[in-house]
Write a protein that binds this ligand. Structure first.
Ligand code: DAH
Length: 346
């Protein structure tokens, strides 16, 4: 029977045509061609009427099995096309783990912030707390209550930026002492206060119109000059190296009596004398002293009951000695060649 042969041919032909199909749309089209109403199977079936009962049955069975086979063929091809699409997508998304990574640029902590953090950690470990005060300060807190009345000649020591006769940019962190004493009302105190200060100075290698101080104030029943020396020696050793020594030289500050300037032994020459320490073996790093009775009284403390010491560390000074920096302007010009050197510093 010719129709039977034709049906076999349909399968062979479909198999042949599907070889070139690679997308789902074309596949759908082909499927419609082969299995649709105008397709080869439907055409064969249209000739059935002329056949005998026996032949009709045989042809019906044959066309059914060819249909099933065709459907399987198309299903298989569909699966193959879908797999190919997924594989292509996966291949394009594959990550080459052997490629070198992209370096993300990171910043570093500024050497002055690093120094402040170290000072804070050190003094916190000795039982101090950190206090703060405003950079715009009153003349009263910055000077008058620190025993520097208006017109006092020692005001010349600090060329000050005035906003008006009563307001100024603080020229020292010492007013935070005043604020803390007024707040604590006669209670013992143990604070440090790092912060920015301003002076009408011309900038050069050792002067800046804006710099950082770290004030310290300890008030209690039996606080002595020996305690002050201990607190500062510890600072010198922990910040600059265990081999460092300090010496106290008599000096004058209106808010302390006695007053002292504190030098630390030169780390470059070990005290023998070199050009960093101007051949003295010592480098000045801070001012300090026992809090003047007048200051205690003006800030609500009774000097017969409570006494103590204060100090004002030059933070740039410490950082310059620690990192061997010879020009204070380096801290403020933000040159990346300078700042990048502190990435590795622990
Ligand atoms: N405020 C002083 C200055 O800026 C430094 C100083 C000296 C602070 C003695 C103190 C101190 O607390 O007791 O030069």
């Amino acid at each position: 029977m010719d129709q039977m042969k034709e049906l076999d041919n349909v399968l062979v032909q479909a198999d042949e045509e599907l070889k070139d199909v690679s997308d789902l749309n074309s596949l759908q089209q082909k499927k419609a061609n082969f299995l649709g109403k105008k397709g080869p199977i439907a055409q064969v079936m249209a000739t059935m009427r002329e056949l005998s009962q026996e032949a009709k049955k045989e042809l019906g069975q044959k066309s059914n099995s060819v249909k099933v086979a065709l459907e399987e063929l198309f299903e298989k091809k569909k699966k193959a096309i879908e797999d190919a699409i997924i594989n292509k997508k996966l291949a394009s998304e594959t990550i080459d783990v052997t490629l070198p990574g992209v370096n993300v640029p990171t910043g570093s902590i500024h050497p002055l912030n690093r120094t402040i953090q170290e000072l804070e950690d050190l003094y916190i470990s000795m039982g101090y707390t950190v206090a703060e005060g405003p950079e715009i300060e009153t003349d009263e807190y910055c000077f008058e209550k620190l025993n520097l009345p208006k017109g006092h000649p020692a005001r010349d020591m600090q060329d000050t930026f005035y906003i008006n006769p009563e307001l100024l940019l603080r020229s020292q962190t010492s007013p935070v002492q005043v604020r803390t004493m007024l707040e604590k009302k006669g209670e013992p105190i143990k604070i440090i206060c790092p912060g920015k200060v301003y002076r009408r100075d011309a900038d050069d290698a050792t002067h800046s119109h804006q710099f950082i101080q770290c004030e310290g104030l300890v008030l209690g029943k039996n606080v002595t000059l020996a305690d002050l020396k201990g607190a500062l020696l510890e600072m010198a050793k922990k910040m600059l190296g265990e081999e460092r020594e300090i010496r106290l030289r008599p000096s004058f500050f209106p808010f302390t009596e006695p007053s002292t300037e504190v030098d630390v032994s030169c780390g470059l020459c070990g005290g023998k004398g070199c050009n960093v320490c101007k051949n003295t073996g010592w480098i000045e790093v801070l001012g300090a002293g026992m809090v003047n009775n007048n200051v205690l009284k003006m800030c609500g403390y009774n000097p017969d009951e409570i006494q103590g010491f204060a100090f004002g560390i030059g933070v740039e000074r410490i950082a310059m000695l620690k990192y061997r920096i010879d020009d204070i302007r380096n801290f403020y010009t933000n040159d990346l060649r300078f700042l990048n050197q502190f990435k590795e510093v622990k």
